[in-house]
Design a protein around this ligand. Structure first.
Ligand SMILES: *Cc1c(COP(=O)(O)O)cnc(C)c1O
Length: 305
């Protein structure tokens, strides 16, 4: 069997040094899931793992999923499918653009068959995948929900915290898209540990990004917070100040971030530090969920890494 690829040995726990952290007597460690693989990065590998296993067990040949033109999930799926001898189809929301995003070009390099659908058609198809609608997909196909969420995605994401001992941390923070990763952290947190998710979507409220049914064992949701103030205008939006901040983080600690997810997460943590959201002595674990290939869609020279 071809190796399942991504190298969990590469994951490291790096200290993120920020002058403000010393001032407020807190410390932050970054779990570098971005180092697993250059394209199957971060949490996407964990979320795909059990879908690959299911496809093998049920003798499926094709992996099918859904996403927008900047979907890290589709690129991760394309690469993971290739490396594991599956073919892959990506349904993309919206018309085929004149200039394809770097993410989609890279997915195509891995052999993904890209199919562009109108919004209505996309939503219809996505829904029928959720219900595993026979007839909508060929029998040798395994449909995977958008963003790699769903039962198998959650199960894989629940393994993220087994890479290290999360015991000593008072807070665990991650970026939130579908909320699968945050739900997985909630399911694995210790009593009293605080969990903070930073939503990168605009217009979401409270626990809205997340499917509450993913949360098991009725944890104390008072310990969970989803921050809605640091999306920088919405999904994929950014400002010069965000990019400046990302450059600063890289200069200070050598940690590269992406402008769609982790840059906003890191920014949010410093903003919350400045309003004393973390009491002195707090130990923060920051999940670096990857996403670095997305930076290729930025104009060259804007980022120092
Ligand atoms: C997809 C993605 C997320 C969001 O994960 P969810 O489980 O969907 O909330 C966070 N960070 C990066 C880098 C991602 O690519």
């Amino acid at each position: 069997m071809v190796a399942l690829v991504p190298d969990l040995e590469n994951i490291s726990l790096d200290r993120w040094d920020h002058p403000m952290f010393r001032q407020y007597a807190i410390c932050a460690d970054v779990l570098r899931l971005d180092k697993i693989h250059p394209e199957i990065s971060g949490n996407k590998w964990f979320k795909l793992k059990y879908y690959l296993e299911k496809a093998r067990e049920t003798n499926k040949q094709k992996l099918v999923s859904f996403g927008g033109p900047y979907s890290n999930h589709l690129l991760a799926l394309a690469a993971a499918a290739r490396l594991n001898n599956f073919s892959s189809i990506g349904f993309i929301r919206g018309e085929e653009p004149k200039r394809m995003s770097h993410i989609l070009l890279a997915a195509r390099e891995y052999g993904m068959d890209l199919r562009f659908l109108s919004r209505e058609e996309y939503n219809r198809k996505k829904k029928s995948a959720g219900f595993n609608n026979p007839g909508e997909f060929e029998p040798d196909t395994l449909p995977i929900p958008e963003g790699g969420s769903g039962t198998e995605g959650l199960r894989g994401a629940e393994e993220i915290l087994s890479v290290i001992d999360p015991g000593p941390y008072s807070h665990i923070c991650c970026a939130v898209g579908t909320g699968t990763t945050l739900a997985a952290l909630i399911n694995n947190s210790r009593p009293g540990q605080k969990l903070i998710g930073v939503s990168v979507l605009k217009g979401t409220r409270d626990f809205e990004p997340m499917n509450i049914s993913w949360i098991k064992n009725k944890p104390d949701l008072l310990n969970v917070q989803i921050v809605h103030a640091d999306h920088f205008g919405g999904y994929g939006k950014y400002s010069k100040s965000l990019l400046d901040f990302m450059n600063e983080v890289y200069s200070e600690s050598g940690i590269p971030t992406d402008f769609v997810y982790t840059g906003k997460l890191f920014y949010s943590i410093t903003r919350m530090t400045s309003i004393k959201a973390f009491i002195p002595g707090s130990r923060i674990l920051v999940l670096h969920t990857g996403g670095l290939p997305g930076n290729r869609s930025l104009e060259a020279g804007l980022l120092r890494f």
